[in-house]
Write a protein that binds this ligand. Structure first.
Ligand code: ZN
Length: 314
């Protein structure tokens, strides 16, 4: 992909792995989507694939408050058409969340965008419950409030969380949002404090084990972390959750979506010691290189190209 990768281990100056705290890593790539300058590394200790350096908390907040939707989704001013286009994209997640819904349920969606999922959840319960969203972009948050009558707060999780009562939600959802945060450990810790005992945290992220594209397209300046089933599981264990489900799900290609269902189980510290199978940095690097070399020849990628071609022909 025109990137290094090399096998040299480097000591980090300042930024350490968010998952295990280790300071040494292997540089895997130096370019991201659309040729952007982006250094992607693999942690030598736990195998987490992440961007290094990452933006500071202030830079990240500024980016999501003002730029993200306009730059990457081409939609800085949301409207009804854009909302309707989001509905098919959240259907699968909506189906997965249905078992957690009951009358009077209290739900929080972090990074709710224009509110397509939150609105659909509320409809599923005939409005009987508490449906709250957090969205950093003021325009999107306003659209949710004004056009969809949703209780959506503008801001990032750490800015808005102090407004909520601790242990007040039955269900917290992050649908392709965790990878955009600058500390998933802090996010999991905050979410745990907001969940009632027995409450659930449902997370979906892209799957580094099946990127579904060339890596030069997969690595994205707005995605600071690239999880595998093992690293996502370790994140849940580290922050004291009971792991109910870690699963690779099909999207436009096989296994490209990674789902985690975590429970705020009162006895988790006793029941689940912090055991996990670590991702090996060397094995991860080799697997990624192989994936990148063979991607064009896989049946899946040929099918994806063909589908795109059909769509473009209209
Ligand atoms: Zn690590």
């Amino acid at each position: 992909m025109g990137n290094i990768p090399n096998n040299e281990t480097i000591q980090s100056h300042g930024q350490v792995c968010d998952l295990c705290g280790c300071a040494s890593y292997q540089v895997f790539a130096t370019k991201g989507r659309w040729g952007s300058v982006l250094t992607t590394v693999i942690c030598q200790e736990c195998g987490l694939v992440y961007s290094n350096p990452r933006p500071t908390a202030e830079e990240n907040a500024e980016f999501y408050h003002k730029k993200y939707w306009g730059l990457y989704k081409g939609q800085s001013a949301p409207d009804e058409r854009f909302f309707n286009r989001r509905i098919p994209k959240i259907r699968s997640m909506l189906g997965m969340l249905r078992p957690f819904l009951k009358e009077g349920v209290s739900v929080l969606e972090i990074g709710c965008g224009v509110g397509a999922l939150l609105w659909s959840l509320k409809q599923s319960c005939d409005g009987k419950g508490n449906f709250v969203g957090i969205e950093p972009h003021e325009g999107h948050a306003r659209f949710c409030r004004d056009s969809k009558e949703l209780d959506v707060h503008a801001g990032l999780l750490d800015e808005v969380a102090p407004k909520f009562e601790p242990k007040s939600f039955d269900l917290v959802v992050m649908n392709h949002v965790l990878e955009h945060t600058i500390s998933p450990t802090e996010v999991f810790t905050m979410v745990k404090s907001l969940l009632r005992p027995g409450g659930h945290f449902v997370v979906e992220v892209p799957n580094i084990q099946a990127p579904g594209s060339r890596l030069s397209h997969f690595f994205h300046v707005a995605h600071h972390f690239n999880f595998s089933p093992r690293t996502l599981q370790r994140l849940g264990m580290k922050t004291g959750f009971k792991i109910n489900r870690i699963e690779e799900l099909d999207g436009d290609l096989e296994r490209v979506r990674l789902l985690g269902v975590f429970e705020n189980h009162p006895k988790v510290e006793l029941d689940v010691p912090h055991r996990f199978i670590r991702d090996d940095a060397g094995e991860r690097a080799i697997a990624l290189q192989k994936y990148d070399q063979w991607y064009w020849f896989t049946l899946a990628s040929i099918r994806k190209k063909f589908t795109h071609w059909l769509l473009q022909r209209g």
